[in-house]
Design a protein. Structure first.
Length: 164
């Protein structure tokens, strides 16, 4: 069994040219989220509305190296794993800052959805649907040797089809 610790070659940290985006085509709009290592903004890439994750560089050389490694692993994972229940990867760039661009899902997080429902309870069939969608996404990741490690309602996006 693998320990999860892995060393990466210089080539693994290079971004595949087909996923490189030109930062000149990015328009960064309002902030929609923030984590320990990055901020996420709504924005535009060319004519598409997207989510733009800007990764903090870090302060020390060790911190910078760790964040670059995390960025490279995330881009590698996003570029090779596609599933209808996973956010669609559009591209990334490393300069002038580390940026990951994905589709923007406007439904918000599962956490926000559940909080907004209060005091009502979630319908059993809807809950089962959410659980199955999350399980299918995790199965896809696991089949590629990826463990999410931070699975929680705040990290699950809800997508609603708007039918007129």
């Amino acid at each position: 069994m693998e320990s999860g610790v892995r060393f990466y070659s210089v080539d693994e940290f290079r971004l595949d040219p087909k996923w490189l985006i030109d930062p000149k085509h990015l328009f960064v709009g309002p902030q929609i989220g923030e984590g320990a290592h990055a901020k996420v903004y709504e924005g535009k890439y060319k004519n598409q509305t997207v989510a733009i994750k800007i990764v903090h560089k870090g302060e020390t050389a060790d911190d910078i190296a760790k964040r670059e490694g995390r960025f490279a692993r995330e881009v590698a994972m996003l570029s090779r794993v596609q599933h209808k229940n996973l956010v669609k990867f559009i591209g990334a760039c490393k300069e002038p800052v580390m940026v990951i661009v994905t589709e923007l899902l406007l439904g918000g997080t599962l956490r926000k959805y559940l909080l907004n429902m209060r005091p009502k309870c979630l319908d059993r069939h809807v809950a089962i649907g959410f659980a199955l969608d999350i399980a299918r996404a995790m199965e896809c990741l696991h089949s590629h040797g990826i463990i999410h490690r931070d699975l929680k309602p705040g990290n699950n996006l809800v997508y609603f089809l708007l039918i007129n």
